[in-house]
Ligand binder design. Structure first.
Ligand SMILES: Cc1cc2nc3c(=O)[nH]c(=O)nc-3n(C[C@H](O)[C@H](O)[C@H](O)COP(=O)(O)OP(=O)(O)OC[C@H]3O[C@@H](n4cnc5c(N)ncnc54)[C@H](O)[C@@H]3O)c2cc1C
Ligand code: SF4
Length: 282
């Protein structure tokens, strides 16, 4: 008798586009899949882009198609705010210890937003790289999957936490939630934890380190150019790192070349979306 796998379940660690794709495609071939994501929502870095190459469509479009595949497939279980603590065993038979952080909001959440209106406390907006603030009761971003609010740990134990809980008509706020650790038995693990941005200050043509207003990507659906290009200042949005391609086109040299900067500034009133008009115009 052969020693087959003791579990056919597949664990995917990392809920970016790579992990999502691995999870849906594996589940669609008939395997049970557990998709672990350390942040409160899936999508990884792709969710923060404005237009996605090659079709230059909004990335939430492609992500939403995948979210629907997840919603429709009972074989996929998504666990957010979760990390692998330890892993042991061998192919076909792994024991994985997983730790989850409290979200303080359960699956009854309808994403109505009443909790956010109940508090004035704001916390750093992780989704937008900490460049602005959000309510201490927040949806990670507009297209977040799952569409479920998070209560920032900063307010837990304060009167604002109670205000937030009392504002919820659905009994979705659970201030007693704590960290938890549990064991999974899986037959295989797909590690899809993604990438970290290159240090843009090393790409000298960008003068990234000289202009504190620089940002590589936009994060909330507003146009990158209108948001970050600041008339009269030597700064502009850089939507795509040249580190991978080595290609630097004129609009990316804006921090250095005043004439381009003025040109971008002139174009601003016409930019009602992230259309790339500025890049084509120089
Ligand atoms: C500026 C820029 C523009 C780009 N534009 C395009 C484009 O137009 N078209 C295109 O095809 N590609 C583009 N790319 C490339 C694209 O971003 C990557 O191919 C894509 O993000 C890779 O997805 P990923 O799932 O591997 O990683 P990520 O998006 O990094 O996702 C990894 C996920 O894993 C989670 N994670 C990390 N560690 C753990 C852990 N220990 N436990 C649990 N979860 C964890 C993270 O929270 C994250 O959600 C661009 C890249 C850059 C930098
Ligand atoms: S936690 Fe409650 S109040 Fe907040 S968005 Fe969810 S359902 Fe609405």
């Amino acid at each position: 008798m052969s020693n087959g796998p003791t579990s056919q379940t597949i664990l995917v660690v990392g809920g970016g586009i790579a992990g999502i794709t691995a999870a849906v495609e594996t589940a669609e071939t008939g395997y049970d899949v557990i998709l672990l994501e350390k942040s409160p929502a899936l999508g990884g870095r792709v969710t923060r882009f404005s237009r996605y190459f090659p079709k230059l469509c909004h990335p939430t479009c492609g992500l939403e198609i995948n979210y629907q595949r997840i919603r429709k497939n009972p074989r996929i279980k998504v666990i957010t705010m979760a990390r692998v603590e330890s892993l042991s065993g061998q192919a076909g038979d792994y024991s994985v210890s997983v730790k989850t952080q409290p979200r303080y909001v359960n699956e009854k959440c309808t994403a109505c937003g009443d909790c956010a209106k109940a508090t004035d406390v704001e916390v750093s907006n992780d989704f937008n790289y900490g460049m602005d603030k959000v309510s201490a009761a927040y949806l990670p971003h507009e297209h977040a999957y799952p569409q479920r609010y998070v209560i920032a740990p900063e307010v837990i134990g304060t009167p604002d936490a109670e205000k937030i809980r009392d504002a919820c008509r659905y009994g979705a706020v659970d201030l007693e939630e704590t960290e938890s650790v549990f064991e999974l038995k899986v037959g295989a693990v797909i590690w899809a934890t993604g990438w970290k941005p290159y240090d843009a200050s090393k790409i000298t043509p960008y003068s990234y380190d000289l202009s504190p207003g620089h940002h590589q990507q936009r994060g909330d659906g507003t146009p990158c150019c209108t948001r970050w290009a600041n008339p009269g200042q030597d700064s502009a949005a850089l939507q795509r790192g040249a580190s991978q391609t080595g290609r630097i086109d004129p609009v990316r040299r804006i921090p250095r070349y005043k004439s381009s900067s003025l040109l971008l500034t002139d174009l601003l009133p016409r930019l009602d979306e992230t259309c790339g008009l500025c890049a084509r115009a120089v």
